[in-house]
Design a binder for this molecule. Structure first.
Ligand code: PGA
Length: 245
């Protein structure tokens, strides 16, 4: 794993955006695996800026997102489809039909999961996957568990994730309890992975990912077995590692 430490969140985002831009320069028709959450927002802002300056072209890019809440349609402003449109797709020249997010309102969610993995296969796999990390070490919605889930699947969110998400919903009862997520197997098949984390609330997850045992209790720890992972962190998220070194 290559680890790049930045002083600030802004610097971390600028570096991540440069890596993604380099990927699109080398392969303009890349399949990008994308993530939601607060961490990637600054990266998407940088990508939009590069596009507006004429330095980045998304016309041949395809994207596949990691996950979506079950029960939320793309019109719901808390859905991940809405997030992606709002934070990236509406601002760059990517054809919307080349942007994929699992459907949270599919009639048969199990079928939706199976079809999502088939879709990724048909696209030729993910060239570069962007990942955030949960305070509990989750990636996508692969929460701490007794085993690593292989493919895209339905999952119950843990109480800590429900709590972390509740800030976005008016009532606790509105917070989704289930999600569709790419599995660990799906994520591990990406050719390159960029893991981004900022802030002290991620310091333990980053420490455990880099130095703890590889265990499904810290889902991101499996990334140590991937041949091409770049971890981008700010100093706060790197704090526990820096103290050890
Ligand atoms: P965050 O979420 O970027 O909002 O901290 C990351 C994640 O849970 O994967």
């Amino acid at each position: 794993m290559k680890v790049i430490v930045s002083k600030t969140y802004e610097e971390m985002c600028a570096k991540a955006a440069r890596i993604i831009a380099a990927q699109l320069t080398l392969k303009p028709d890349s399949v990008l695996g994308l993530a939601t959450g607060s961490t990637p927002v600054g990266i998407y802002k940088e990508l939009i800026r590069k596009y507006e300056e004429g330095r980045l072209d998304f016309s041949e890019v395809t994207t596949v997102n990691l996950d979506e809440y079950v029960g939320l349609s793309g019109e719901n402003d808390q859905s991940y489809r809405y997030f992606m449109n709002h934070n990236l797709f509406d601002h760059v020249n990517i054809p919307k039909e080349y942007t994929y997010v699992p459907s949270g309102v599919a009639e048969d969610p199990e079928d939706e999961c199976e079809n999502y993995d088939l879709l990724i296969q048909q696209l030729g796999g993910v060239d570069m996957q962007l990942l955030g990390i949960g305070g509990n070490g989750h990636i996508g919605f692969n929460e701490p568990a007794d085993s690593f889930a292989e493919g895209t699947h339905l999952t119950d969110l843990t109480e800590s994730t429900i709590q972390a998400n509740s800030r976005f919903f008016e009532k606790d009862s509105d917070v989704p309890r289930r999600a569709i997520t790419m599995g660990i197997g799906t994520i591990m098949q990406a050719r390159k992975i960029l893991l981004v984390a900022n802030g002290e609330s991620k310091a333990k997850a980053i420490y455990d990912t880099l130095y703890g045992p590889v265990t499904p209790q810290v889902p991101a720890s499996i990334l140590r077995f991937h041949p091409d992972v770049t971890v981008l962190v700010d100093e706060a998220a790197f704090k526990l590692v820096a103290e050890k070194e």
